[in-house]
Design a protein around this ligand. Sequence first.
Ligand SMILES: [Zn+2]
Length: 277
Amino acid sequence: MITLQDSSDDQLIIVDPRQVSRFDGYVVLTHEGKLVVPGSTDLYWRHSDLPDAGDFHHMVHHLGIYRNHGCYSVELTRKEVEGLDASTVSLRDFLGQIPEGLFRLLGRALQINEWYRGHRYCGYCGEPTRLLEGERAMTCSSCGVACYPRLSPCIMALLIRGNECLLARNKQWTRPFFSALAGFIEPGESAEQAVRREVMEEVGLEVGRLEYFRSQPWPFPGQLMIGFFAEYARGEIRVDDIEIAEARWFRVDRLPSIPGEFALSGQLIRAFVDRCR
Ligand SMILES: [Zn+2]
């Protein structure tokens, strides 16, 4: 079982990597999208506990400051993983079970290492790339193109009609719970336009006034969720039958099973409940 720590200093502070030169502090090890963890009590390593830490210098990425320590990520090869006394776990399995700052640190490590892993060769000319000095970019040694980590912005919308909200059950979910609507923002589209389009596509309803709620990084694999309250304008529910299995209006005092508080959808729904009190 993972030890839950006091969350009073549970904050990831992201700083300019150029301000950090010493490889020391906490290290998040990953291998092909999974965390490589020491034993079963912690999800990251202390630099001093890493055997032959100097050998990992070839692909160290600075992550920021967590609990007053500089934090780094390293993507290991299969051989390096086998050489450690470690186990491999998925961050998804710790959703809602670890402090938010730690979740962000680990998610950031996975996103940066996956970007690094996927950009070792140039997508334009196929030549090898290298890490650009002092910047978070992989640059091509031949054509000079620079690739930065990429986020995928998504909208999440809680549709509201009086003291009711619209919740939907996704076809792919194995558990029987209901959530707010969500979808990727298309190239050339604003977040607000994406809300109106997704709601129309998924449940056939027209949206009126929008109100921004908050955003949340979601590292599976690299989304930025942008949450909105969306006022119902007109229309009857017509489920798309592709992504959505069922969508219904729920009264605030008769909600079904909803996502946990760690997820933006769970936060949106709980904020709506608080408003209706
Ligand atoms: Zn190139």
